[in-house]
Design a protein around this ligand. Structure first.
Ligand code: AMP
Ligand code: ZN
Ligand code: FE
Ligand code: FE
Length: 298
């Protein structure tokens, strides 16, 4: 069983369409893949159609841009009802923050003497619902200013670099509640990547678990082996399940190939049980979260 629970399509900042992503996941020999675009569920339908009848199981999720103690934190929401109005409203706020940042970033770059326009960025972001710095990076590549996304982040787009602009993030704890109310399950994405490591100590995991967090992404390319071991221990102590995933972005992110990190089948079993329970409770409240897939273990 090969299980990859965190990937991006072109509906955010990946480079594959949702259908291409499903095909790539099958080629990579995955049995289960979750599509988790940033702040949007817009890729779900296309991916679901592509996955139907293939034998590969698709899970649907959203990687929600959150804030915790002043730091940017990413929350993986698996299986919420994407039409639940309070969730739609919060995602709209995040998407507006993303869109408002684009012209501000472009302005900074122009101030550095680079003749880039917001239209250049829109050109490369195509049908993305969630625009982001990677699209600005792609525009800079297209203009011949940098050679890849990494260089664009290193020179211009990272915090502390001259074209970095902050944006709105949803408050983490209320968002965990919101995901549960929408019939989904919350897993903290790459908690010890650079942006969030300093605010997420062992105490924070305990607090978040008590607030309804179900799991933590342990096996991720941003985590060193010693980070993974420590996170696994914290997860065991706090009763959080552990996932592993590639955070695939197509050709947009190196060393994040599909299946480069994977989730243990037993941990997936726990996630699916939690998803079924959350979805059933939401259905009793009249919501329509996606049906949690059932499948036989290999
Ligand atoms: P944003 O959503 O605009 O805040 O940009 C964050 C996104 O940029 C995340 O999806 C990261 O995966 C991606 N990202 C961050 N650093 C890099 C990098 N050096 N190269 C490519 N993508 C990156
Ligand atoms: Zn991304
Ligand atoms: Fe992330
Ligand atoms: Fe991601």
């Amino acid at each position: 069983m090969r299980i990859d629970l965190h990937t991006h399509s072109r509906r955010s900042d990946g480079t594959d369409s949702p259908a291409e992503l499903v095909a790539a996941a099958i080629s990579a020999g995955l049995d289960v893949v979750a599509l988790t675009d940033h702040d949007t569920a817009e890729g779900w339908d296309e991916a679901s159609v592509a996955a139907a009848g293939t034998g590969m199981v698709l899970l649907t999720g959203i990687e929600i841009s959150c804030r915790y103690a002043g730091a940017g934190v990413h929350l993986l929401a698996y299986g919420p009802d994407p039409a639940y109005p309070p969730l739609v409203r919060e995602l709209d706020r995040v998407l507006e923050g993303r869109n408002a940042r684009l012209p501000a970033t472009v302005q900074r770059l122009r101030g550095l003497g680079i003749s880039i326009t917001a239209d250049d960025v829109r050109e490369v972001s195509g049908d993305a619902a969630a625009t982001g710095r990677p699209h600005v990076a792609d525009a800079l590549i297209w203009l011949g200013v940098v050679s890849d996304r990494d260089e664009a982040f290193d020179r211009y787009l990272m915090p502390g670099r001259p074209a970095y602009v902050d944006r709105y993030g949803a408050d983490l704890v209320p968002t965990i509640d919101l995901v549960a109310a929408a019939g989904g399950v919350s897993v903290l994405a790459h908690p010890w990547s650079r942006a969030s490591r300093h605010v997420l100590d062992a105490d924070a995991f305990e607090i978040l678990q008590a607030q309804g967090l179900t799991g933590v992404e342990v096996d991720h390319q941003d985590h060193r082996p010693e980070d993974r071991a420590a996170l696994r221990e914290i997860a065991a102590d706090t009763g959080l399940l552990c996932t592993g995933s590639s955070d695939y972005h197509g050709t947009g992110k190196v060393d994040h190939d599909l299946g480069v990190q994977t989730t243990d089948p037993e941990q997936l079993g726990r996630l699916l049980d939690a998803m079924r329970a959350s979805a059933a409770a939401a259905r009793r409240r009249g919501l329509a979260p996606p049906v949690t897939p059932r499948f036989r273990w290999g």
